[in-house]
Design a protein around this ligand. Structure first.
Ligand code: TXA
Ligand code: MG
Length: 337
């Protein structure tokens, strides 16, 4: 595996071309986007797509997002481009919004896990866009982490877990958004939010001038029932450590959980939003704003894993819409742990 350091705003053409060649030859390139690093392969090459699934240990029923450089390239991958898609693309692309639309025949079923729809997005990152243009093919890219684990916001996170599987990493420093894109299904009768992300539901509703419904929070256990979003496994974005949420500002609850854990001989960490004293081995102060928090969340979880934490105490975040995506990630990371 090769790591090439590139400038996040002005990547040099030769480095980008090196990566584009790897993609065109069926190889895998980890590249930066504004949300998290992606593990990219040529979306039209079923062998490359199969390699992505193998590299991540990803269940084959979980479809991939296809990245393109502009809406024209996105339209070439779908059979229907509703008015809503046009409006949202104009409002949020390039940006952290993924649209699910009926797929064109050119998109292999391996990418969409056999679904009749495809997820497409134009990332807001100069390196990603330069790579997509140079490659000249749509790039299927899930987050560059082993399935169910914490997504990578730096090249180091990628190298640590996927070193053996990736041919090349473009390292452009830390991601600016820090959590994954919002996934919105436009293939049905009404727009449905499948995954909360950096673009808020309210912002989407404002751009559409109409309401957006929410997909069922958890996929049905019944395997034959339709899965609105195959990727929404309950335990996801999970560090090795167990996560325990406690109410905002509740120093007493935090102390109790910390004492229980240390009496059991466990190494403890804490993600703290308010200046409470947490009797843990590795306290980690987090930003007070939702976007600042999102930017640092995965790096904090990776750091706690590196520090050997067995338990991470997490001070809960506010309940309003602006925090929906962060709240979703924290709950998924905590689920079943
Ligand atoms: O920010 C992001 O979206 C990052 C960067 C690399 O772009 N990518 C990412 O990909 O988060 P991944 O594979 O980790 O998550 C893709 C999500 C999954 O929940 C998957 O189930 C859903 O999108 N998805 C993909 N295609 C879909 C489809 N046709 N219908 C419904 N959901 C789909
Ligand atoms: Mg992922």
């Amino acid at each position: 595996m090769e790591v090439i350091r590139v400038d996040a705003e002005h990547p040099d053409a030769a480095s980008v071309e090196r990566a584009a060649v790897v993609l065109r030859r069926g190889g895998l390139v980890a590249f930066p986007t504004e949300t998290v690093y992606g593990l990219g392969g040529n979306a039209l090459d079923t062998e490359a797509v199969a390699r992505i699934f193998r590299a991540k240990g990803r269940p084959t029923y979980n479809p991939l997002i296809v990245h393109v450089a502009d809406s024209k390239a996105a339209r070439a991958l779908v059979t229907r481009w509703p008015d809503a898609a046009g409006r949202l693309a104009a409002a949020f692309w390039p940006g952290p919004l993924t649209l699910v639309l009926p797929k064109a025949a050119a998109v292999p079923e391996a990418v969409t896990a056999g679904l009749s729809t495809v997820a497409v997005r134009v990332p807001a990152h100069a390196v990603a866009l330069a790579l997509l243009r140079a490659a000249g093919v749509p790039v299927a890219a899930p987050s560059a982490n082993p399935s169910t684990r914490v997504s990578p916001t730096t090249a180091t996170h990628v190298a640590r877990t996927l070193e053996a599987e990736v041919d090349l990493i473009l390292d452009a420093g830390p991601a600016s958004v820090g959590i994954e894109s919002t996934v919105l299904d436009l293939s049905g009768a009404e727009p449905t939010l499948l995954r909360p992300g950096a673009v808020g539901r309210e912002e989407i509703e404002a751009a559409l001038g109409s309401p957006v419904s929410l997909a069922a929070a958890h996929p049905p256990e019944n395997a034959s029932a339709p899965r609105p979003s195959p990727g929404m496994l309950e335990r996801h974005y999970a560090p090795r450590a167990a996560l325990r949420l406690f109410p905002e500002g509740d120093a007493e609850a935090c102390g109790r959980l910390a004492r229980q854990a240390s009496e059991a001989g466990l190494t403890t960490g804490a993600l703290l939003r308010t200046p409470i004293e947490a009797p843990v081995d590795h306290p980690y102060p987090m930003p007070a704003t939702h976007d600042g928090y999102a930017r640092l969340l995965y790096a904090a979880l990776h750091a706690m894993d590196d520090a050997g934490c067995d338990v991470i105490l997490v001070e809960d975040v506010p309940g309003d819409g602006a925090w929906a995506a962060v709240r979703d990630r924290l709950r998924r990371a905590a689920h079943g742990s």
